[in-house]
Design a protein around this ligand. Structure first.
Ligand SMILES: Nc1nc2c(ncn2[C@@H]2O[C@H](COP(=O)(O)OP(=O)(O)OP(=O)(O)O)[C@@H](O)[C@H]2O)c(=O)[nH]1
Ligand SMILES: [Mg+2]
Length: 199
């Protein structure tokens, strides 16, 4: 009896947890995004932008939506840290790839990096959300420009759920929509990548 009740209690109190990795080149705005997600969904002020430095290891943030927990892993984007990204592929449930839409000079580098992520066998079937960040800057590439560049690559995603959204991680514009998109796709993709359960 004890076991039965314990089991039921656990079932009622446990949350489904999904892991979301945030990737992209250095300076794309990944940590700023994570801080904004935390401030929107946890209702507490995130780290002020001037206190955010380049990420050397990783940052983590947990957000609960209803009975679901989204755990975000923000990984460092400097070139020498890219080899670490793949260690998270087999366990992740979704990928957010952040692009600095103001940085036209590094577009080729971004394309190569994005392509190597999405064509890795270990991310097979994982939803991919590309965020064209820094849309608050007037000179930033707009959505049609970004899509023109990345849609030919995204074709390789095959059956994977994917989307390109414009955001400003700094101001918060589009950030809630981005997390909402992820939430729906994570639920929809449970058969391919089941959640883990957490107390
Ligand atoms: N104007 C503008 N600046 C932004 C935005 N998001 C980030 N930044 C700025 O871009 C710079 C880099 O932001 P980070 O969040 O540290 O970038 P990162 O991708 O985490 O960089 P690494 O940790 O090195 O991989 C900082 O100066 C941010 O204030 C945005 O939406 N708009
Ligand atoms: Mg960072």
């Amino acid at each position: 009896m004890y076991t039965l009740f314990t089991g039921l209690y656990k079932q009622w109190t446990q949350k489904e947890e999904f892991y979301v990795i945030i990737l992209g080149l250095d300076n794309a705005g990944k940590t700023t995004l994570l801080e904004k997600i935390k401030s929107i969904f946890l209702g507490v002020p995130g780290l002020p932008p001037e206190k955010i430095g380049p990420t050397v290891g990783l940052n983590m943030g947990k957000v609960d939506i209803a009975s679901t927990r989204l755990t975000f892993w923000d990984l460092g984007g400097q070139r020498e840290l890219h080899s670490i990204w793949s260690k998270y592929y087999s366990e992740c449930h979704a990928i957010v790839f952040v692009v600095d839409a103001c940085d036209r000079e590094r577009l080729e580098e971004v394309k190569t990096s994005f392509e190597s992520v999405i064509t890795n066998d270990e991310v097979e079937g994982v939803p991919v959300l590309m965020l064209a960040n820094k849309q608050d800057v007037p000179s930033a590439m707009r959505m049609h420009e970004i899509k023109e560049v990345f849609n030919p690559i995204a074709v390789q995603l095959g059956a994977k759920d994917s989307k390109v959204l414009g955001v400003s991680a700094l101001k918060g514009d589009g950030v809630k929509d981005a997390v909402d998109w992820l939430f729906v796709r994570l639920q929809r993709n449970k058969v391919n990548r089941p959640p883990v359960f957490t107390a």
